[in-house]
Ligand binder design. Sequence first.
Ligand code: URA
Length: 242
Amino acid sequence: MSAEKLRETLEFYRDLGFTSLYQRAPSEAPVRETVSADSEPVRIELPELAPAGDSLQRIRADIGDCKRCRLHEGRHTIVFGSGDGEARLVFVGEGPGADEDMQGLPFVGRAGQLLTQMIEGTAKREGIPLERKDVYICNVVKCRPPENRTPEPDEMEICGQFLFRQLSVIRPGAICALGATAARALLGRKEGVTRLRGNWYKWRDIPLMVTYHPSYLLRPYNQNAKREAWEDLKKVLHFVYD
Ligand code: URA
């Protein structure tokens, strides 16, 4: 295995939450022996790399009736994601709101209606035949945070592993991170959206654009940001669909 491939593999497992060193067991079986400083060696089955056998169905099944973090306490429904599982463009928001929590679908409330308008309106104006159903939409956390508060770092880390798997399976041509929480989860950057927006970054090797979250654009005093978000989206759509 090349050094580059090894680095990618280790990053993948780190993103999944594995922090121990591991060694190949002497047998042929896909079993690794984990060694951590304070325990006896433990044998664990590591999951296959996402490209080998992962699928959106399997990720949803692995989430199950998730109780891995405190967000499960107030949720009504887990909101996994919606749209084309082979989309060339994925939008990532922060977490479900009240409407999404009730319907089990991302971005179906007011912010979602604005997002749909932005995608379909911009595509139409730019002559790109694209509807909302042609992209994939999901969130950093899959359960609604109480009072729509910002997800805590541990909640983002736990649920982020499923987002990373979704992105690894879909492997879109570009990702659009909606707002600071998505930017932080995918880029590890803490700057505000005003600083990050409009430029290209990468999540793994996938081009990623940060723009404003539609909820922010719904506030009447943020009309300038609306124009900027439209510009960002135009760039993304041309990049992916030209
Ligand atoms: N806001 C989000 O970040 N995601 C949704 O699904 C809805 C609102």
